[in-house]
Design a protein around this ligand. Structure first.
Ligand SMILES: Nc1ncnc2c1ncn2[C@@H]1O[C@H](COP(=O)(O)OP(=O)(O)O)[C@@H](O)[C@H]1O
Ligand SMILES: [Mg+2]
Length: 368
């Protein structure tokens, strides 16, 4: 792997933002700061890549994953704080989705070990991970197109008696539970403004609606830890506000959230903690307001575009870099801003590059 052009935050800073005790309700939104004596800082040591947290829900060590010669993830140590909203940001190709896939059991790393809520997860398949209370959504949605919206939702419930062969043949064994599951599904669909679509095939939904369906379905299993890969991408701007509200609510209900997002406004609005990846590594961590001031992060993602959508900025940086390829250009910014010079040319890379070019919240999802 080439040397990363982004340097880790060189001067560790104290991590002042705080986490609420389990079950305690935050004061809303990003300012989940301490209002009572119970509040503890998120980090147990100065904020820096891989810093220890006071109460981590996920702890991962030496995670690597390569595709051919391309090292997609190379994370020495990372801890995800419990009970708060953590944003995972970084240029396209940084390894965010691959890290999601590894932590949730959808892919296997070349090396590494990690635990969720104290349980070692290495080698545990995704369906078991989700039973343990860790669920995720996909950057490219994975709803079952030829099932109805309601059926998709009902599949998300755990411990369904009717799924066993013999009891499936005897409706009294599962009818009541099925009705409860349906009521729960309808409640969530209402929250996500999908209740009127309950009988439609999932295939008939827009990309944004499929994102909402996937998030709602993830909640059917009453998870502890929700991982959302670009939940806002492709969602109609009119719905993004309520989606942000839903994510904050998850925290208020005691869940831990890790989400990937390109739009810095959204990150600033709801994240309590930010982890920055570039070229497979974690290059910065901290409170949103502090991380956004980190010179490495600013150079790489924001530059003078602090108030613009990160996806647009990254796409421009990439395009500019291609034009001036080989030259150093404006030394510091150009070198720091060179996001992940990947050479695989895989379709996934093409996809993520394309997604970088769109302003968040406006484009439809790949119909895969
Ligand atoms: N299945 C795959 N096969 C080959 N390369 C992959 C695959 N998945 C991811 N990659 C590569 O790994 C790198 C990280 O990709 P990804 O995790 O999707 O980044 P991000 O989500 O941060 O945009 C990219 O260079 C991408 O092309
Ligand atoms: Mg991704």
């Amino acid at each position: 792997m080439p040397d990363t052009p982004l340097t880790p935050a060189s001067e560790p800073r104290p991590a002042a933002r705080t986490v609420h005790a389990v079950g305690e309700t935050s004061q809303g939104g990003s300012t989940a700061a301490a209002s009572s004596g119970d509040a503890r800082p998120i980090a147990a040591e100065p904020a820096a890549p891989g810093c220890k947290k006071t109460d981590p829900i996920v702890v991962a060590d030496d995670i690597t994953r390569s595709f051919g010669g391309n090292i997609a993830v190379d994370v020495e140590h990372v801890e995800i704080p419990r009970g708060v909203i953590t944003a995972l940001i970084g240029p396209n190709g940084a390894g965010k989705t691959t890290l999601f896939n590894l932590l949730s059991g959808f892919d296997k790393p070349n090396t590494g070990r990690w635990s969720f809520d104290g349980t070692r997860l290495s080698g545990i398949p995704s369906f078991k991970v989700s039973r343990l209370g860790q669920v995720r959504t996909f950057q490219l949605t994975k709803s079952l197109a030829m099932l109805s919206v309601l059926e998709n939702m009902k599949l998300g419930a755990k411990g369904q008696r009717g799924e066993h062969f013999w009891s499936a043949l005897w409706p009294p064994a599962w009818k009541r539970q099925d009705a409860e599951i349906e009521a729960k599904a309808m409640g969530l669909l209402e929250k996500f403004l999908l209740d009127k679509k309950k009988a439609d095939y999932a295939a008939a939904l827009s990309g944004g609606q499929r994102k909402l369906l996937e998030m709602a379905r993830a909640l059917m299993s009453d998870p502890q830890f929700v991982m959302l890969d670009e939940p806002m991408a492709g969602v109609n701007p009119a719905l993004t506000q309520s989606l942000l509200g839903h994510i904050v609510k998850l925290k208020d209900e005691g869940m831990t959230v890790l989400f990937v997002e390109h739009d810095m406004h959204m990150v600033q609005a709801i994240a309590d903690w930010v982890i920055v990846m570039a070229e497979g590594r974690i290059v910065a961590e901290g409170e949103p307001s502090v991380v956004m001031q980190d010179p490495a992060v600013i150079d790489a993602y924001l530059g003078s575009n602090k108030d613009r959508d990160l996806g647009e900025v990254v796409a421009e940086i990439r395009a500019g870099h291609r034009e001036t390829d080989g030259s150093q250009g404006e030394a510091t910014t150009a070198s720091a801003a060179r996001p992940a010079p990947r050479t695989t040319g895989s379709s996934q890379d093409g996809m993520t590059t394309a997604s970088a070019a769109r302003p968040a919240g406006t484009t439809e999802e790949d119909p895969r």
